[in-house]
Design a protein around this ligand. Sequence first.
Ligand code: PLP
Length: 434
Amino acid sequence: MTAPINTNLKEYDMTTNVTDAQAVAGASISPTAAALIAQEGVHAAHNYHPLEVVVASGDGAWVTDVAGHRYLDCLAAYSAVNFGHSNPVLLDAARVQLGRITLTSRAFYNDQLGPFVTALAKLAGKDMVLPMNTGAEAVESGIKVARAWGYRVKGVAPDLANIIVAAGNFHGRTTTIISFSDDQSARADFGPFTPGFRTVPYGDAAALEAAIDENTVAVLLEPIQGEAGIVVPPVAYLPAVREITTRLGVLFIADEIQSGLGRTGSTFACDLVGVVPDLYLLGKALGGGIVPVSAVVGNTDILGVLRPGEHGSTFGGNPLAAAVGLAVVNLLATGEYQQRATELGARLHAGLSALSGHGVLEVRGVGLWAGIDIDPVLASGRAVCEELLARGVLAKDTHGSTIRLAPPIVVSAEDVDWAVEQLRLVLADLTAAQ
Ligand SMILES: *Cc1c(COP(=O)(O)O)cnc(C)c1O
């Protein structure tokens, strides 16, 4: 039996429960969609501002809304759906495990965690995995591990550890993580903040080296800054960071939660420049778009500092997550997805580069991951995404006039071309309307 999703929607009459802006936009969507949007508006906290499409199902790179309209998903849940919606291999792994056991807590061993951490450690070329759930938890865990390593191994005096981070970073939403964000909308009214972080410009290795002192335990970076608009640093940057951190005895922590696991055409974005960090932070696609799975991956000399009782999570390393995570690692171990992202990424970027000067100021990115700066005179990123939605393409703006395209890696070449064509048409329409 299907879930009765329409129950009680009548009371969410668009005319009484939504803002004028929602009602106007809602005029073009189905009554069911409008009522569902209104229901969220009343009973879900307003911490997001979604585009007005109500998705009911998904298959591969495509999703279908409650009225039966299909859309090409060019966000892929911020890269959490790298392997496509309803990926049959991942769904099978989940279904099998759902029928066995889903949660034991780590008070006991389960028969899925060992194989998962073994395979993930091998994929990353490291010894050990600390399994968690969300990306933010992996970041928090990496920070705790680095601090404990600093005090216990490096010999930093109690409570003096500092960690170097980059301007423009996005590492998640917890109070400690927003303490070193420079995005005011992520911080305002959420203080007081956690001390112990130093911000340096992204892409500037000299500034990073200058900020390091004897109490620095780690440098925490995104190898490519995702939420900042797919900002790729100069090619010499990450190798320089690796050289500096090695020379000065500081851990290099790479937040690959969005950049990792195939998106850029390699397993890790760090691979693209031949860099191996001390700790990888992974999340998003690690759960195959099915369950939240995140991890800190590193060698025993670092992750081994954690002792029983010092850190944990009730759901971290649960058998369902481990079964799905293992299936994800097995997909990546073949190299097929990485190769596909490389080839389709080249196609995407070739298509997008033709839009430069036609409403596009700049295109950045690598692999199947593009940040597109729309000429702000023409339209906001949000307005472009609304027009793309009307044409059947789901994309999301970031930082005003930037939009991001990151379809599932299972997307077809024809669909990539079609998405670029829809963007070209949207920009042409906006230009003509000026
Ligand atoms: C999404 C993201 C996070 C946070 O992950 P959540 O699962 O949303 O907590 C951290 N770092 C980067 C680079 C991300 O893109």
